[in-house]
Design a protein around this ligand. Structure first.
Ligand code: 13P
Ligand code: SF4
Length: 322
């Protein structure tokens, strides 16, 4: 008689626990490849923060497991308040979220009551609740263009680089909060120019959280999803990529014969806080995923009042991008 072999790998244990808990795993493109593979194999999704939340909302699962950072878990909870939302590590946050504490931000808004408040998705639930609009990197330009055409004045937070990019494209003057992503801020234009000279045939893909002199060198500026789509649609066989290197997993999957090079940061050995990889995204692991599912720890809790207000500004975006 043949022995029945039971797969006790951590991936399989997680898949079983997801079923037992009627849970779905949603992952951002910046988390490790093993989590991205597991999310898709188990019927979940790998995506940008907005699609992660939209997927959770449309799923039949009672529990959403978020492999990403805190604001992504909060957005998922705001859109699915009746569901249990768990993050893998409750210390995994974001420099943009941290740069924009609600009290100071609220004061800034109060001082400028004639401005429409537009905030990036990378903010806390409280900041979203204070805003008129929530936008993502893929939708910011179109939303601000619309507000501009209606003659509105815009107060923008928290990413100054994305804000300056939107400003340069629309010509609109925006009141700007002084926040930045510590990962994208490290990309350097001088190093990128040298790399482009070495590989003149390469396409240059840049996330708009990067500094403006880096954006100026790009063939494509866009959100994570837009950069991944560019890899598939553009003719180049090689790309220099200025965003978190977790994205290479998806890029290699959709274009296995193309080559990808990390855009330069401060260089090896330099005092670079996050050289092309977000330390908070890196806190997500398979082990923590299993632990979270087994214990139900790290549940996202937001008051009903904040959820209702934040829903208003996120639903505007969902309607607009439908
Ligand atoms: P998008 O996936 O929306 O482009 O955001 C990038 C990001 O910085 C997430 O932390
Ligand atoms: Fe925040 Fe930047 Fe990390 Fe994204 S990559 S979570 S924007 S610090």
């Amino acid at each position: 008689m043949q022995d029945i072999v039971i797969d006790r790998s951590i991936e399989n244990l997680i898949k079983e626990a997801l079923k037992q808990n009627n849970a779905t795993l949603v992952a951002h493109y910046y988390v490790s490849s093993d989590l991205q593979i597991l999310a898709e194999e188990s019927g979940g999704i790998v995506s940008d923060s907005l699609e992660m939340a939209r997927f959770g909302q449309n799923s039949d699962a009672e529990t959403i497991i978020v492999a990403g950072v805190k604001f992504m878990g909060e957005t998922a909870k705001i859109l699915s308040p009746e569901k249990r939302v768990l993050v893998l590590d409750d210390q995994a946050t974001c420099s943009l979220d941290l740069s924009c504490p609600i009290n100071e931000f609220s004061e800034f808004c109060d001082q400028n009551p004639d401005h429409i408040v537009v905030v990036y998705a990378n903010t806390s639930a409280e900041v979203k609740a204070r805003a008129d609009w929530v936008v993502t990197s893929g939708s910011a330009l179109k939303v601000v263009e619309k507000l501009h055409s209606e003659g509105k004045k815009v107060l923008w937070a928290p990413d100054k680089h994305l804000g300056h990019y939107v400003q340069s494209k629309t010509g609109i003057e925006m009141l700007m909060w002084d926040g930045a992503c510590i990962v994208h801020e490290e990309f350097k234009a001088e190093g990128l120019k040298r790399l482009m000279q070495l590989h003149p045939e390469a396409g240059v893909l840049v996330h708009p959280e990067s500094p403006k002199d880096v954006i100026a060198l790009a063939d494509v500026v866009g959100s994570t999803t837009q950069l991944i789509n560019a890899v598939a649609s553009r003719p180049e066989n090689m790309f220099i990529v200025a965003t978190d290197n977790g994205i290479f997993h998806k890029m290699k999957e959709i274009a296995p014969n193309k080559k990808f090079i990390e855009a330069p940061t401060m260089g090896e050995g330099a005092d670079c806080e996050s050289c092309a990889h977000c330390n908070w995204m890196a806190m997500n692991t398979l082990e923590k995923c299993l632990d979270t599912l087994s214990t139900g720890k790290n549940e996202i809790r937001i008051s009903t009042q904040i959820i209702e207000k934040a829903q208003h500004s996120i639903h505007r975006l969902l309607e607009f991008t439908k």
